[in-house]
Ligand binder design. Sequence first.
Ligand code: PGA
Ligand code: ZN
Length: 424
Amino acid sequence: TIRSIHAREILDSRGNPTVEAEVTLACGAMGRAASPSGASTGVHEALELRDGVIGRYNGKGVQRPVSLINGEIRDALTGLDAGGQQAVDEALIRLDGTANKENLGANSTLAVSMAVARAAAAAAGRRLWEYLGDPTEPLLPVPAMNILNGGVHANWQGPDFQEYMIAPYGAPTFAEALRWGAEIYHALKTLLKEKGYSTGVGDEGGFAPAVSSNTEPLDLIVAAIERAGYRPGQEIGIALDPASSSFYTDGAYELRTEGLTLDAAGMVDRYRELADTYPIVSIEDGLAEDDWDGWKLLNDAIGDRVELVGDDLFVTNVNRIERGIREGTANAVLIKPNQIGTVTETIAAVRLAHKNSWGAMVSHRSGETVDTFIADFTVAMRTGHLKAGAPARGERVEKYNQLLRIEEEAGNAARYAGRKGFIR
Ligand code: PGA
Ligand code: ZN
């Protein structure tokens, strides 16, 4: 039974405030969790509640959501059984009373929801990944490591595309995949230095060189993979997140780096070419968040060989995912718990995707804390892949380190997803 709930304002990896919640049960077990925060947020995401008080953290304070947790949320949840995650989350949803968590904010509901799961797992004497899933079948994900950052995650002259990720699916274990990824990351650093590029990093730990096109990073990454001694396409795939909503206005995709403006059909041609030329296993948000027709074009063109992941398009929302499934808009969903605001609704989004043979890729946000909930969640839900940034910056690395611990804890039961982690 939930005895008390307490929240506080802490900082995220960008130096902005975020919400941390602690849930204590009558038996003494405690769970703590913190909400992350995006920069290229989708317009259809659940609301992130901020104070808007100018002169305090540039309006980004979270004293209001913290006081909601320490007041009405605590009052509503005290006495509930923490082991009944769904009932607890339904109580949060009812208390909020809106479709988009506009009253409580998804940053307050998610922190509490995750902390409840942690407390319940502790009370049951189980690890979080065991508690959330079937402990006999832990599936370790292929890590999609974002080693080159652009777009709004690198606010200087980088590529228009936001994320260039490597996916070491050919490794035998998660631990080896992580090693391969880290070695490629360092090979890329050496290569960038040789070419006279900056090796400063962006929000997710990837390098942010001032390249002159959106394809140059792909050439650099292929070279880095080879230099580290691995085979592009056989052992290592490339995943892209152009986050195209951030360079889209009124039907036009503006590739500033290349001085080019394309319509949806032009973007689809571009992606087809990229998929023909590079070992691309996945493209996320290739088209903008409301460009359903453009998405359909892309899915018809390359959906049979590339995983096409909707992030801003679906925002972890079952209603939008259902539309995508009905219309054949994509073949995978990005899963960000704070886009929807509770653990139960996040699980529902994964299940809906899986039931329809779609991929579900679990994701961090560009503003993170050291909270590792998504690592355990990915293993428990058997999603086969997750993205948590570069193998650098503490808040990114901590997710990968947690997966190392889980692989060790799971022992002989552990399986590494490998190439099948990407649905196509
Ligand atoms: P965000 O970016 O966390 O800044 O929204 C991540 C993504 O677009 O996948
Ligand atoms: Zn994205």
